[in-house]
Design a protein around this ligand. Sequence first.
Ligand SMILES: Nc1ncnc2c1ncn2[C@@H]1O[C@H](COP(=O)(O)OP(=O)(O)OP(=O)(O)O)[C@@H](O)[C@H]1O
Ligand SMILES: [Mg+2]
Length: 213
Amino acid sequence: MSRKIPGGLFISLEGGEGSGKSTLLEALRAFLEGEGLEVCVSREPGGPPIAEAVRDILLDRAHTAMDPLTELFLYLASRRQNVVEVIRPRLEAGGAVICDRFLDASVAYQGGGRRLGFERVDRLNAEAVEGTRPELTFLIDLDPELGLARGPGDDGDRIEREASDFHHRVREAYREAARREPERFVLLDGTMSREEVAGEALAALRNLLARKA
Ligand SMILES: Nc1ncnc2c1ncn2[C@@H]1O[C@H](COP(=O)(O)OP(=O)(O)OP(=O)(O)O)[C@@H](O)[C@H]1O
Ligand SMILES: [Mg+2]
């Protein structure tokens, strides 16, 4: 029998390209499984098949003509489907969900990067998730130059291939999102080693679990 948490435990991971989200995700998953929780891992854009199909549209390098608001709506469509089909049922069953990017990615990439503004993104995000929000969000903050150098370089997807100033706006918007909600966010310095990043994140997670026990 797995351990259940009433209402579940919803964690999101945020940060720019190559900041270490997927690496941290594995450490969090291992820890939560060790705590006896059933862990569901998802990602954005994507998750269930419909959302993965939307992901393909979003990241296709051929789609250079995509309008910023079209882009936002597609992210929201992917998020909505993920919430309804995967995230909410898992939480209602008392499990843990770790999402590799969620709400705040739209604030950072479309609100900041595409300059659509926080107010509009917040409003549409709220419509898309209808109250299903992470209670803990790890933001790995890293200079985009360093993050992109860790990643695929010229072979990146449509978003990764954006200009440097786009990625700097994303970073600033993420930091602003964290300042707006300091109780939900844990800001992690992405220049730390993998072990240090995981160590700080797990300390915060242990704290949260202890409060929920
Ligand atoms: N703290 C770290 N220090 C140095 N390298 C790291 C660190 N964390 C992860 N890496 C390495 O950097 C690369 C990118 O890490 P990872 O895939 O976890 O980032 P990501 O944020 O998920 O990237 P993406 O935005 O492409 O999904 C990987 O090769 C990973 O091993
Ligand atoms: Mg990743």
